[in-house]
Design a protein around this ligand. Structure first.
Ligand code: GAL
Length: 342
């Protein structure tokens, strides 16, 4: 009689213990850390593949979009610069609630594997995707850099989806306001207006272009900044009503010093300030290149600076450098940290 009861009780007890041990082994957010430059695995244990990316915060969840870099890297023949590339594999999307654990949500924008004339054919360049949500249309809008393998096409692409993670439908590529567009980002202001910021005029001058209300086209209103300064890799953010833009110099996949600029209004005058990086290798942006600055909800004036540490001869092994961006006496600083947490 006693034995009949003991057995199910034992099973229950073991189950209870297993669940508890499992829970106590799960690190809480407090135990999580960022290790810039090291391999960063997603929640399935695969290295995160989302380069030149940006983050959308929507309904309590973060969505990280980036270039999928996979397979062999090769040097495009006949170029006067280090034109390393991989087959264009589209844009990936990862989801997270805590900014440490990223779940792979799939390919947000798939490349065209069939039509060589398609803007998103695997033979093209698909880089620096950024996504914002349009409240009026209820659509998620992606802008990205579309190019030919020799980077002479220099266009901006637009894709759209009903869901944050996609799939996105590619609408078109264009030269915004008739101008070349390569490295690029988006910025959505508090008033709902959105801006496309891109390296133009053969990378010599950066342009800021106000988008139409549906975010699908340039409105025609634009501003030229950093004239003949050859800046790229733009990442814009706002703090205490002021606008900031971090850019890199123009040295291909090789790193160079970052530059912070600020303006009182987006379409106003931009002043180049200084390199916000501090610590060893600050003159090479810690061997990386800016891609996005993420404001931390609930923490005013605290940001995460996101950069790519490109491995130009093996692009799929490129890494991420995420560092805290804080303001000290009104000046923005990005200090190198081997390990850190929010
Ligand atoms: C960089 C740019 C990257 C990629 C690379 C190609 O300057 O920031 O996104 O386009 O050139 O060499």
């Amino acid at each position: 009689m006693i034995r009949t009861y003991t057995f199910p009780l034992l099973i229950l007890l073991t189950g209870f213990l297993v669940v508890n041990i499992f829970h106590s082994c799960q690190p809480s957010v407090k135990d999580k850390i960022y290790t810039p430059g090291e391999i960063w695995n997603d929640t399935s244990g695969n290295p995160i593949n989302a380069h030149g990316g940006g983050i959308l915060f929507h309904q309590g969840r973060y969505y990280w979009f980036g270039e999928i870099k996979k397979g062999k890297t090769w040097l495009v023949p006949g170029q006067s610069w280090e034109c390393y590339r991989v087959t264009a594999a589209g844009v990936s999307c990862y989801g997270s609630e805590n900014l440490y654990d990223w779940e792979y949500l799939g390919v947000a924008l798939a490349p065209d594997t069939i039509n060589p004339d398609s803007d998103i054919h695997t033979s093209r360049v698909i880089e620096r995707p950024k996504v914002i949500y349009n409240k009026k249309s209820g659509k998620f809008v992606m802008w990205l850099h579309i190019d030919s393998e020799d980077y002479r096409y220099a266009r901006a692409g637009v894709a759209i989806s009903d869901k944050p993670e996609g799939p996105y439908t590619f609408l078109e590529s264009m030269r915004p306001n008739g101008q070349m567009s390569r490295d690029q980002t988006l910025f959505q202001d508090d008033d709902g207006k959105a801006y496309h910021i891109f390296s133009s005029e053969n990378n010599a001058t950066m342009h800021i272009s106000l988008l139409t209300d549906d975010y699908l086209q340039p409105s025609g209103m634009e501003k030229r900044i950093f004239i003949d300064q050859s800046r790229e890799a733009p990442a814009m953010f706002k703090s205490k009503g002021k606008y900031y833009l971090i850019t890199s110099g123009c040295t291909g996949w090789s790193p160079n010093p970052a530059m912070l600029a600020s303006a009182d209004s987006i379409m106003g005058n931009w002043t180049e300030l200084y390199n916000p990086c501090i610590g060893p290798d600050s003159d090479s942006t810690f061997h990386a290149q800016s891609t996005f600055v993420l404001p931390l909800p609930g923490k005013p004036d605290e940001f995460i600076f996101m950069a790519d540490r490109w491995n130009k001869t093996d692009l799929q092994d490129s890494r991420y450098v995420w560092l805290p961006l804080i303001f000290l006496n009104d000046s923005a600083r990005i200090e190198w940290k081997e390990r850190w947490r929010n």
